[in-house]
Write a protein that binds this ligand. Structure first.
Ligand code: UN1
Length: 476
């Protein structure tokens, strides 16, 4: 059994979880310890006790540890990517790429640890100098989702440690394997006991323990909007710092002047790759009516060639849905869409393969109205809705007509429309002629409106959440 990692020790939990591959339910991956309230409290206590000394540790020590973690992840990215694909169900190339991304993130933040800047200003009062410096926040609770089981933990854990915070990491219950493998690598990086703790277990036990413990100074969360709202209320109640990444219903606008191949590629990748299980997925395809028919036909043609199957098999484009409840949610939205009068162009069917997995053919709905439920709510599966638009202004208005604001894409060859869209799309990330999903690891990530709350993740901006600012006045 793979154990919890608390205060520099491997230990058993209150229960055990057995995981199976979504590609093949007969493929048992491993047994993992599951923390109870007692272990969750121990993890918080360990992180709390380790925080003062780690907060004063040298930046070279932090940089060296993070760099070593990144080096090992990169060296083992095929093995880690294979575990990821087996456990979560994204295809093997996607799994390996994600492991590589996690390694790169650790290496990026190893260097960022050396670049924590301050400011020195003259006071408005003569003879006094003002220093503005950054300090660690303390204990950071990290609550991660299942859909990027190694990259998202990496982009929360690496900056937390780089800037001198201690960590309690609660991975999603569906993906303890990736979390455990990452924790095992971190456990050998020379960090003092208690600086990093792995507490696998249910949200209502481990998550709640972190949310309600005043020794946890900050929570970085990625997950569903409904859980995010619970996190927000719990943090607000005790004034904990929070960073929330929640849902998306991201538009991809296709204008009449778009390069059709570029647009179809962006839609195909953005809507369906990683089985559509990305908060950055393009689930609303807003297409100018002048090229509407051509676009729908071309996209459906490309979708027909997609191979859906076992995530570890060669040549597969789309792996399984992650579990039975997500599959049920996808299928129920497909029924809702049909009931609302959207036209099912292709897909949306449960598929049988030689192994017992949660296979679903990617679904394309056309002639969707912007008010339809399936076109407004996040499905988190391989389902895209095509909405016709009358010209650019209408397309922009449709794109912004959503409670979410994570990514927004446009395919166009017009510099004027591209520039206008970049300025006026109400989203944290805008993509021109590239898919809405699949982002770089060294620049800020996050959205507006209902998608995100708190400072941005990733890139140099990560310092804002993981440090607090001190202003000192000195009269020499
Ligand atoms: C990506 O599209 O490359 O949960 C990353 C998610 C996002 C990460 C998306 N937080 O899907």
């Amino acid at each position: 059994m793979k154990q919890l990692y608390i205060d520099g020790q491997w230990m058993a939990g209150a229960g055990v979880t057995t995981t199976r591959s979504p590609s093949d339910r007969s493929d048992v991956i491993a047994e993992y310890a599951s923390a109870g309230a007692e272990q969750a409290a121990l993890a918080v206590a360990a992180a709390h006790a380790a925080a003062p000394a780690w907060g004063l540790s040298g930046v070279q020590q932090r940089a060296d540890a993070l760099d070593a973690i990144g080096t090992e992840i990169l060296a083992r990215k095929t093995e880690l990517g294979t575990l990821l694909s087996r456990e979560e169900g994204k295809t093997l190339p996607e799994g390996i790429a994600e492991a590589g991304r996690a390694g790169a993130i650790f290496k990026f933040f190893a260097q960022e640890a050396l670049r924590v800047r301050g400011d020195r200003l003259a006071s408005v009062r003569p003879g006094i100098e003002v220093d503005v410096t950054r300090e660690p926040v303390g204990v950071v609770g990290i609550i991660a989702p299942w859909n990027f089981p190694i990259a998202i933990p990496a982009w929360k854990i690496a900056p937390a440690l780089a800037y001198g915070n201690t960590v309690v990491f609660k991975p999603a219950e569906l993906v303890p394997g990736c979390a455990w493998a990452l924790a095992e690598i971190i456990s050998r990086a020379g960090l003092p006991p208690g600086v990093f703790n792995l507490a696998m277990g249910p949200g209502r036990v481990v998550g709640e323990a972190m949310l309600n413990d005043s020794r946890v100074n900050a929570i970085s969360f990625t997950g569903s909007t409904s859980t995010g709202e619970r996190v927000m209320l719990a943090c607000a109640r005790r004034r904990a710092r929070m960073q929330l990444e929640m849902g998306g219903k991201n538009p991809l606008v296709v204008l009449a002047d778009a390069d059709l191949d570029v647009a179809v590629n962006a839609a195909l990748q953005g809507s369906f790759f990683s089985t559509g299980q990305r908060c950055t997925a393009s689930s609303r395809l807003i297409v100018d009516e002048q090229i509407y028919g051509k676009f729908v036909d071309a996209l459906a043609g490309r979708m027909a060639a997609l191979k859906v199957g076992h995530a570890l098999h060669q040549g597969i484009d789309i792996g399984p849905v992650v579990d039975s409840s997500q599959l049920e949610q996808d299928l129920s939205y497909i029924e809702i869409a049909k009931g609302e009068g959207a036209r099912l162009v292709c897909g949306g069917e449960r598929l049988q393969r030689e192994t017992d997995g949660y296979f679903l053919s990617p679904a394309l709905f056309a002639d969707c109205e912007p008010g339809m439920r399936h076109a407004r709510e996040e499905i988190f599966g391989p389902v895209a809705s095509v909405i016709p638009a009358k010209g650019y202004e209408h397309a922009l208005a449709l794109a912004n007509d959503t409670e979410f604001g994570l990514t927004a894409g446009i395919c166009t060859t017009s510099l004027k429309h591209a520039t206008h869209f970049k300025r006026n799309a109400k989203a944290g990330m805008v993509m021109v002629n590239v898919p809405t999903a699949g982002v770089d690891y060294h620049v800020p990530f996050g959205g507006t409106k209902g998608s995100s709350f708190g400072p941005r993740e990733q890139g140099s901006n990560a310092v804002e959440f993981f440090t607090t600012v001190k202003t000192s006045y000195t009269s020499a």
